[in-house]
Design a protein around this ligand. Sequence first.
Ligand code: RIB
Length: 305
Amino acid sequence: MIIVAGSANIDLVARVDHQPAPGETLIAEGYAVHDGGKGANQAVAAARMGSRVRFVGAVGADDFGARIRTTLEAEQIDTSALSTLGGASGIAMISVDYAGENCIIVVPGANEKLGVIEDAETVFDGARVVLAQLETPPAFVNAALMAGRLHGAETMLNAAPAASLSPYALDALDWLIVNAAEAALIGEAAVPADVTAAQALAADLAATYAVGVVITLGADGAIWQARDETAEDAAGHVAGAAAEVVDTTGAGDTFAGVFAWARSQDKSIREAVRWAVAAGGLSVGRAGARSGMPGFTQLAEAVGD
Ligand code: RIB
């Protein structure tokens, strides 16, 4: 069982020819409403691989909340630990430009009311992997990581949106998953300009925080550094494949969800990164955070297994 603890949003997406500058008013080309939220997106990416996934989070008592729940259940995700709280559900206002790059403003709504996880014994029972992100409060993230550790699961934190890691229970963490900009912010370093620089930054982060580190590099794939640098395949790089980019929203979530799934299947770190890189590459070909997320058969073909 993969347990994803995190945010669920509805994404309100405008397509623009360029991102607005401060004070600029833009006329968008089109508008769409998509399902989103880093946590829920990652749960969907893992569920599409065919694994059992439980999502722990919160929605508001509104129409968006009902939609979020229904959509997750349609993906066969267990929503028994998805609470409905008073007030609004989380939303994200997103602009996507012609290059597929996005700007995102999240209004957390119910996500920011999450804290201690009630009945954690039951919720985390049978957990093989626990995956969290930083769109929910630290108390909730820590509750998930610590419950995961207590239940013998492999624990993962996708530190997005990027923030200092000081409030987090890193002693309960196995893998830190970040993109290059997030890695730079956390490591108080320059954004790595190439694979070699990313590998060096990952090694620094792994030593500083005593965790394994995976850094995604967009079209350049991803690198990893295991916590135990003497382990076999302790560090490496998987290159990306050329992809037609329509919308990069959710690419990092696709990577994290598929990485979690691959580890839950006992794949090696190199194999897990290989599957996750391929999934991230496929995800950018369609508009919306989840539309391009592959199913198992499509991904297995792309990976060549
Ligand atoms: O990672 C993409 C996601 O970030 C979007 O779906 C949006 O909801 C924000 O959480």
